[in-house]
Design a protein around this ligand. Structure first.
Ligand code: ZN
Length: 241
């Protein structure tokens, strides 16, 4: 089965539309690794688009903060400002839907989490020790996570942790006995590349392909300025981190 995997859309409608347009007709399932909202100016429209496509999803920390209106002290000032704004924007229907997202799910034999299997909503997988902790907690051989906004694969062979950076448009079979891949962020990239990130996977062969697509970020930025979003957020969208 072919799957489109995205994460960290963060209410960026233009980025999400660019991904959906470029991948139309190429996948059977759509998986989202959380953070549908927070930061971006179109939380409801992004959720609606993904719900219409029967997305299989997990809860992100920004989804948790905006839908439950709690744990706001855990966020940076910019993130918190936009979570508060998002909490006021969410429709009742979308708030209830976000609140009901599971922290972790198994889909076609893969583990899906926002952060890490060791702590699904909040923990980052950034280095060897956080990857080792994730593999110790993961019940499947392979999985997908988001949260760091950095596209990459961590894998483990015996005790050796390996970190693989993406080569866009090239299908790869991740090495090792276990692996966990991060597609990068669709809506708020932070790896120095301002294009929207996504990943295509073939669940049968276990091969994955990282992708980037340009989108009209000027439109998103104009909307953000209109709602008085912090200037650091505008700069992040312009530069990709
Ligand atoms: Zn995020």
């Amino acid at each position: 089965m072919k799957v489109l995997i995205i994460s960290d859309v963060h209410g960026n409608l233009e980025a999400l539309e660019a991904i959906l347009a470029e991948t139309r007709g190429t996948y059977e399932e759509l998986w989202c690794l959380g953070d549908f909202v927070g930061y971006g100016p179109d939380p409801n429209r992004c959720i609606d688009l993904l719900r219409d496509r029967n997305v299989a999803a997990v809860m992100g920390n920004h989804d948790f903060g905006a839908a439950r209106r709690e744990s706001w002290d855990f966020f940076s000032p910019v993130a918190r400002t936009m979570i508060e704004w998002t909490a006021g924007e969410l429709s009742d229907d979308n708030r209830i839907w976000l609140k009901a997202l599971p922290d972790l799910r198994y889909q076609a034999g893969f583990t899906l989490v926002h952060g890490s299997p060791a702590d699904p909503v909040w923990r980052y997988i950034l280095d060897g020790s956080s990857a080792a902790e994730a593999f110790a907690a993961m019940d499947t051989e392979a999985g997908f996570c988001g949260h760091t906004h950095l596209p990459m694969v961590f894998s483990i062979d015996r005790r050796m942790i390996r970190h693989t950076l993406p080569r866009y448009g090239k299908s790869i079979k991740p090495p090792g006995l276990m692996w966990i891949a991060n597609p990068g962020s669709a809506g708020i990239p932070r790896d120095g590349d301002s294009r929207a990130a996504y990943l295509l996977a073939d669940t049968k062969s276990g091969r994955i392909t990282f992708h980037r697509v340009s989108y009209p970020s000027r439109k998103t930025i104009t909307k953000l300025k209109r709602i008085g979003a912090p200037s650091q957020l505008i700069r992040l969208l312009e530069t990709g981190g």
